[in-house]
Write a protein that binds this ligand. Sequence first.
Ligand code: MN
Length: 336
Amino acid sequence: MNDIRLWDIIRSGISGDIVLLGFPHDQGVEINGGRIGARLGPENFRSWLQGFGTIHNPERDIDLSALSIADAGDIPAEIPLPTAHTRLTQKVGSILEKGGIPFVVGGGNDQSYPNVSALLHHHEGNPVGVINVDAHLDVRPLKDGRAHSGSSFRLLLEDNRFKGENFIEFAAQGSQCSEEHAEYVRRKNGRILWLDDIQKQGPAVDSFKASLGDLAADCSSLFVSFDLDSIAGSDAPGVSCPGVLGLSARDAISIAWQSGLHPLVSLFDLSEYNPAIEDERTGRLAAGMFYYFCLGVASRKEMNDPGASGLGIRQGFLFKSRSKLRSMKPTGGNQK
Ligand code: MN
């Protein structure tokens, strides 16, 4: 009774504060020349989520029980990739319409353009900001007209609904990105924060918070896209293309927490979990990221509705209106 876990409060459906959605497709990885297996991601992610994550976290004094968390299931696995992308955009759009924050688990990183496409449609006319946490830039051209795991952010930067100055490539690694692609991002007015530069500044989460703050100043909604291959292979070996260097597990958890906490983050996706290469370590980390994202959203809600508890006031953080939110940097207060 007093040992309820996150999984126990997740209901089926597409309505909730946070809505989990699976994208069990890895053909986009295959087209891009990567190792397949990420289609197993959503199923294994859910299995690691079971039994993990207490509802009342005594360390952070956050209670998840006031949060409504739904599981919208998976985009069907057996349909062709272009159809799956269309279905994904539709499903993410439905979740957004009902006021939920979609948390989409892949599958290949090709899911990110269909995901953000739904957000751009939902916020038509209002600027959307995007942070791609990834070892790679993922701005490769299509292959024979087909979208793949390395093309999502080229499709985004070519989309007239999106402004390149609202795009940040976070923790990219120069050894895994071509100069031509870096130049393409710069030409589109996107920013690249290289892993080395981030790590020289101190904890990666500080640079991430600053990035959220920069985009929030000009945008009304934010999308955080997280490719697990941004994490060092020692902490997350189960990805299609592991790197020796990268963010730490702690960085990943902190980034998920900050994303949940930020009032403008309205979409999050997690790509490239590949259980065929390594299941448990990476799966537990991915499930942990979802848990900390939920803790962040629960804390965000309490700040918006201080009547719900005294937490918002105690943290020196009182969000009252959206207009006020936009002018606020998320680095204030004493949040961790
Ligand atoms: Mn990627």
